[in-house]
Design a protein around this ligand. Structure first.
Ligand SMILES: C[S@@+](CC[C@H](N)C(=O)[O-])C[C@H]1O[C@@H](n2cnc3c(N)ncnc32)[C@H](O)[C@@H]1O
Length: 468
């Protein structure tokens, strides 16, 4: 790794080297290497970590510890950096990044785990000595000892702004999120600080693994028999509390899949809206990698008990070739095309129902990727909202009068949600809550906004529009 090249160990014997090292250090080294890969190579933590653990033969409790340390540190580093700044004569951005990452890892152990303070400090100092050098290890030692002097609850009033003076700053530091994301969440929650705090706290938890049983292909009962537990809302959902989803035959055979419950419900809601006349031609305009298309395709083909009778056919489109290919793997009956949905290849009014699951900031799924919140950029919003408007307009034109469009984002940001929908002409906005009667706490309507802290789902937005 670049870190090793920048700080060559020059053949110096490693203290306690190789096999004598306590097993826990394997976990810390893996967590540290993951953080460096995220920083240096823009690695995705949730993709790299399983591979790294497998390659190094780290399993069981060590694997769980490595994952918890790395993911927890990546999530919490906004808070930890504020504390490090108070304990250091340098600002975090002036600290050599490999040293800073190790100190963050130590801070996480001290402030949010049950690792005894002396072990957290000495293991981190050893890590810095071995991986960076003796001088930096002394620097890390001095900072970590100061951090260890207080509990997190005692640090927060010192480092977080007074909420009365700066609510956004207070929440941003206390719950380790960028300020602009906190501001966007507060706006979407009508300024409710308690709700925002609960949402930010939920973002810091790992989400449950949720599976979808694709109707006509797998049943919830089959998944329950394979060890899953019932989910809360979706008639097609179960939770998997342990084990590899790929080990379940229905998942391996793409009859079932990993899919958040809100992702299932927005697709289900689209299929529940009554339409007069023909109802056989469905469109998914932004289908890749195919989560919602997989469910829509199954409902279109087989129907669901008490819901849509089936007998419809899905056309699934995506602008990216490789994502369109993934849609082909998740669907059975659908036609899949690789095209730009803003330049449609069909005549107007060709469809009865359309799904627009638009590209967005993904602020509703931050809990899924520990580093995601630090990578998102508010400067992407104008370009995204322009594309969202174009895709929604294209979908509205694609359905016939009386047909229905679902506009969906995995973001609660008002510019990506309400403001896009409210700019669309030629439609009646339906009260989307009516089509999800099994779900509570959906707000004042007419839109549906799911929340991690209320529903245990991603913060997915749904608008249902009938073409006039
Ligand atoms: C939020 S993702 C869709 C997720 C998908 N519906 C699912 O449930 O798995 C947005 C998708 O829109 C696609 N996309 C972006 N611009 C597009 C365009 N102009 N036309 C069609 N698809 C587009 C992206 O490639 C991406 O796959």
């Amino acid at each position: 790794m670049r870190n090793d090249r920048r700080h060559p160990r020059g053949g110096r014997p490693q203290r306690g080297g190789g096999q004598d090292r306590p097993r826990r250090d394997e976990a810390r080294n893996a967590a540290y290497d993951l953080m460096r890969a995220v920083d240096e190579r823009d690695a995705y933590a949730n993709l790299l970590m399983p591979r790294m653990l497998r390659d190094r033969g780290i399993a069981g409790r060590d694997a769980a510890l490595a994952t918890e340390l790395a993911y927890g540190t990546l999530r919490g580093l906004g808070t930890y950096d504020e504390i490090i700044a108070v304990c250091s004569d340098r600002e975090p951005y002036d600290i050599d990044p490999p040293v800073l990452d190790a100190i963050r890892l130590g801070a996480h152990q001290l402030l949010r785990t049950r690792v005894p303070a002396h072990a957290a400090v000495s293991a981190t100092v050893d890590l810095v000595r071995l991986r960076v050098g003796v001088g930096p290890s002394r620097f890390a030692n001095a900072i970590l000892r100061k951090i260890a002097g207080r509990e997190l609850a005692d640090w927060l009033p010192i480092v977080a702004p007074d909420p009365a003076a700066d609510l956004v700053g207070h929440l941003a530091v206390s719950y380790s999120h960028p300020r602009w994301i906190v501001a966007a969440f507060l706006d979407a929650l009508g300024g409710d600080a308690d709700q925002a705090a609960a949402l930010l706290a939920a973002d810091n938890e790992r989400p449950k693994v949720t599976l979808v049983a694709r109707p006509g292909r797998a049943g919830v009962d089959e998944l329950l028999a394979a060890g899953a537990t019932p989910a809360r809302y979706s008639p097609h959902a179960v939770h998997l509390t342990e084990g590899d989803p790929g080990g379940i035959p229905a998942v391996a055979e793409t009859r079932a899949a990993v899919q958040d419950e809100a992702s299932q419900l927005v697709a289900v809601a689209l299929t529940r809206v009554p339409v007069e006349g023909g109802d056989t031609r469905w469109l998914d305009l932004c289908a890749g990698p195919g989560g919602k298309a997989g469910l829509l395709d199954a409902i279109a083909a087989h129907g669901v008990e008490g819901g849509h009778p089936g007998g419809a056919h899905l056309l699934a489109a995506d602008a990216q070739y490789h994502r369109a290919r993934l849609v082909r793997q998740t669907t059975r009956e659908a036609a899949v095309v690789n095209l730009d949905g803003t330049v449609p290849a069909w005549r107007p009014a060709a469809f009865d129902r359309a799904m627009v699951d638009a590209p967005c900031t993904g602020l509703g799924a931050l809990r899924r990727r520990p580093e995601a919140r630090w990578r998102r950029d508010p400067r992407s919003i104008p370009e995204l909202t322009k594309l969202q408007r174009e895709l929604l307009a294209s979908a509205v034109e694609a359905v016939r009068p009386g047909g229905v469009v679902a506009y969906v984002t995995c973001s609660p940001h008002l510019e990506e949600t309400r403001e896009v929908v409210e700019g669309q002409s030629g439609v009646e906005v339906l009260d989307a809550r009516e089509f999800l009667p099994e779900v509570g706490d959906l707000g004042d309507g007419p839109y549906v906004q799911f929340w991690p802290h209320l529903h245990g789902t991603d913060a997915m937005f749904l608008a249902l529009l009938r073409r006039l």
